[in-house]
Design a protein around this ligand. Structure first.
Ligand code: HEM
Length: 489
């Protein structure tokens, strides 16, 4: 960060700048006596300490971040008018926060859990945030299920621990989770470090070019370090010995000048093909097959600078799927649509209404101009400028250029199920993924899943869970049933 506060020389002072004569003895009423309320040094220090924490993120509380550079390596102007993607060789500053999902801030990095991949591009047309995971799919396909899902991953209201009963009750009653659960309990479920995993935008997004033509796009970030994972035993040991393993690895590699990088790829679908694609392309529990929409390499992402202050730059960093720039927009994916609300709301609660003004969050390659003002933490940056629009004092004006292109709509409003396309069901891609795994990986998958399912206290929940995997692949279900039975003997 550019603005450094000089804390190195000169006398200690209070927050209001008065010199502090004694920072080690509180002021007492006589030798050995009780303390005095007039000791403002003590009172201010204790009060400030009590307010050091802000609420931790309700999910993805543990994380590590780094700044970097995104470089365009292919011409994509036929698909999007986004300026930061407009020229081969063009560079954009980025900030990437990795995270685990379920643990609280004080947990450990080496867990079986998806990893968050929250990437901010500081573009000349505003910040573009891609708030994805290290997995291309997710457990559910409608935002309205997210709080219930997360409640099953977090602590039970009575026991205060994560409960296998809750996890498997929810997953088994939400069979659309079968694909993501198969992924999570496979080898990639515990990455060896943040550097050795891929990232995904996960959702389908809209790209629109200068001519107004629309495309659907999925983002992939392929690690140049190679994929490396931990087995469950290795992770259990590491989580105990070094809870901050992944955070440390990222920081130290950047300190050594070993800058991690990712090859950035996209899958692109002409908008008209969405209606007839074999899977609903807006269903987050499904991938688009590479054979249908091959990945195209468009850029390179490198992380090359550590934040100086974790609280200011990582804890207070905010990312929102609603932060788009011209040429990029949302798709009708019901998860993405819900997330367009959830993040800004979380930021206003967690960091405050002026969170966007903080150095890590504000635009770096342009400035924010609008009539929003004041509130807790407002720094008066707008000085005497008018705070309304339209005005005739030379204030900012609207552009008349929408960021993204309009969607065609039909039918009636309603709580509709996500439409199923020709080959859609809840199990098809989970079965494909299982059959893609080597026999060794299948063995580890069965061991990981059965170990967890065996902890469930009710047989009907365990049976319902196994039945979903059997629908994905008969052999998968049979092996799991046998392994769970063995463990429950
Ligand atoms: C509708 C479903 C979802 C809801 C309501 C939701 C909500 C949230 C909320 C409230 C936060 C905390 C934000 C903050 O305090 O700054 C968060 C963090 C996060 N979520 Fe989601 N989430 C959803 C689904 C997803 C999905 C599908 C992904 C990935 C594909 C994802 C990736 C992340 C990441 C990476 C973070 C951490 C961001 C950071 O590093 O600050 N979430 N989510």
């Amino acid at each position: 960060m550019s603005e450094q506060f000089d804390n190195t020389a000169g006398p200690l002072t209070t927050e209001s700048g008065a010199p502090i004569s004694d920072n080690n003895q509180s002021e007492a009423a006589g030798v050995g006596g009780p303390l005095l309320i007039q000791d403002q040094v003590l009172l201010e220090k204790l009060a400030h300490f009590n307010r050091e924490r802000i609420p931790e993120r309700v999910v993805h509380a543990r994380g590590a971040g780094a700044y970097g550079t995104f470089t365009v390596t292919a011409d994509v102007t036929q698909y999007t008018k986004a300026k930061f993607l407009s020229q081969v060789g063009k560079e954009t500053e980025t900030f990437l926060r990795f995270s685990t999902v379920a643990d609280s801030l004080g947990g450990a990095d080496a867990r079986r859990d998806p990893r968050g991949w929250a990437l901010k591009f500081y573009t000349e047309e505003g910040n573009y945030d891609l708030v994805g995971n290290n997995t291309p799919v997710f457990f559910i396909r409608d935002a309205i299920k997210f709080p219930d899902f997360i409640h099953t991953q977090k602590r039970d209201p009575y026991t205060g621990s994560q409960e296998a009963d809750n996890v498997w009750d929810f997953w088994s009653l939400s069979p659309e989770s079968t694909h993501q659960v198969t992924w999570l309990f496979g080898d990639r479920g515990i990455p060896a470090s943040y550097r050795h995993m891929d990232g995904f935008g996960s959702h389908t997004f809209q790209w629109v070019n200068e001519a107004g033509e629309q495309f659907w796009v999925k983002y992939h970030f392929k690690t140049d370090q190679g994929i490396k994972n931990l087995t469950q035993d290795e992770a259990n040991k590491l989580a105990g010995e070094d809870p901050d393993s992944h955070q440390r690895d990222l920081r130290e590699s950047i300190e050594r000048g070993e800058f991690p990088s990712w090859t950035v790829q996209v899958q692109i679908m002409p908008a008209a093909e969405a209606a007839t694609y074999r899977y609903n392309p807006f269903d987050l529990t499904k991938v688009w097959l590479n054979e249908d929409y091959p990945r195209i390499t468009i850029g390179k992402l490198e992380l090359n600078r550590n934040p100086d202050n974790i609280f200011a730059e990582v804890e207070q960093s905010i990312f929102s799927p609603a932060h788009f720039v011209p040429g990029i927009g949302p798709s009708p994916d019901k998860m993405l649509q819900g997330r367009l609300f959830a993040y800004g709301d979380a930021h206003r609660y967690r960091v405050g209404i002026n969170a966007d003004h903080l150095p890590v969050n504000r635009p770096h390659a342009t400035v924010a101009r609008n009539g929003n003002r004041d509130g807790i933490g407002y720094d008066g940056r707008h000085g005497r400028q008018k705070n309304y629009e339209p005005n005739s004092f030379g204030g900012p004006y609207e552009t008349g250029r929408p960021l993204w292109a309009p969607l065609q709509l039909s039918g009636e409003t309603g709580e509709w199920e996500t439409p199923r396309h020709a080959e859609d069901d809840d199990y098809v891609q989970a079965g494909k993924l299982y059959r893609l795994m080597s026999e060794d990986e299948q063995d580890r998958l069965i061991a990981n899943l059965s170990g967890f399912i065996a902890k469930v206290s009710r047989d009907d929940i365990a049976e319902r869970a196994i039945a979903n995997f059997a629908k994905a692949d008969e052999n998968y279900g049979k092996r799991l049933a046998a392994a769970v039975a063995e463990l429950r003997k």
